[in-house]
Ligand binder design. Structure first.
Ligand SMILES: [Zn+2]
Length: 304
């Protein structure tokens, strides 16, 4: 009898504790699966991708990985998944390939929010060392998959183009090509992610609000759900390096399309063979993705 009582009591305790755990888990992973996010960064920065240089076999493997994930997540092709363009390189021409996915909007089907991250990196150095580019920019590409998963379960009002750009490292050529091929008036804004997975100071920067008042207001009023600091800066107003033209958001800006760029400051592994998965800061990265997704949802809800 006593034994049974204890068993009953432990059943109750287990139910209570699993209930508490479930609540914990629910509040922590309400937006996305953190383990999957990290797994994608890890995979894309494996040596087998050979540093994902534009026009290389490793680059093509990365393209296949991105397309496979888009397909698995129900992301439609934007016309096609693959968009080729010519890249002039050392007096020869190679082929760059943007990978573009589409999630249709429920209310504003013909207005696009372009969320971008470049998947190319520096390839293999002269001495054979592989530049895996975990932070730069497997981190941004993995976030695209996380957003795709979220949008599959929670369809957005605006149509969303998930853009994995090529040839960023050799002159933003993928994003330049993309902007040349779209109707600017149909693009509401660009949200660009480049290097979002590490910061010893736990600081994520956002650039671009100062060029478009409605975006600035959304950033100002944003209630950050994480412990990571979201700082407005590196935008030509604070004496720090100005990132307005530093990555794939630049061609959008130059065509008068509003943008927000998210990134962390350069680090000791920046553009070195040690930009590896082991050196990213998982909790900072998870927080950064949560911040960016939360801001995207606000923009989708309110428009800009
Ligand atoms: Zn980059």
């Amino acid at each position: 009898m006593k034994k049974k009582c204890i068993a009953l009591l432990s059943t109750i305790l287990i139910s209570v504790s699993s209930c508490v755990q479930n609540q914990d888990v629910k509040s922590k992973t309400a937006l996305f699966n953190e383990a999957q996010l990290l797994e994608h960064v890890k995979t894309l920065s494996f040596d087998m991708y050979q540093g994902r240089a534009t026009g290389s076999a490793g680059g093509r493997l990365a393209q296949n990985y991105i397309i496979k994930n888009f397909e698995d997540l129900g992301v439609q092709p934007f016309r096609n998944y693959k968009h080729d363009f010519d890249v002039k390189r050392n007096e020869s021409t190679i082929t760059g390939t943007n990978i573009l996915g589409l999630v249709n909007g429920t209310t504003y089907k013909d207005k696009y929010i372009v969320i971008s991250a470049h998947y190319d990196h520096l390839g293999i150095g002269k001495n054979g060392q592989i530049y895996n580019g975990a932070d730069d920019n497997a981190s941004g590409v993995a976030a695209l998959f996380t957003f795709a998963q979220y949008l599959k379960d929670n369809p957005p009002k605006h149509s969303i183009i998930l853009a994995a750009f090529d040839a960023e490292e050799i002159g933003l050529q993928g994003s330049k090509h993309f902007v040349r091929t779209i109707k600017e008036e149909n693009v509401l804004l660009n949200i660009n992610m480049d290097m979002i997975s590490r910061s010893p100071k736990n600081e994520l920067y956002v650039v671009g609000g100062r060029y478009h008042k409605p975006l600035e207001e959304i950033i100002e009023r944003f209630e950050n759900p994480t412990s990571t600091k979201l700082l407005v800066g590196h935008d030509g107003t604070d004496g720090k390096v100005d990132w307005t033209l530093s990555s794939d958001h630049s061609p959008f800006h130059e065509h008068g399309i509003p943008f927000l760029y998210f990134g962390n400051e350069d680090h000791s592994d920046y553009h070195t063979p040690s930009d590896d998965f082991e050196n990213i800061t998982p909790q900072f990265y998870i927080n950064a993705v949560e911040i960016i997704l939360s801001i995207l949802l606000e923009i989708d809800e309110k428009g800009v």
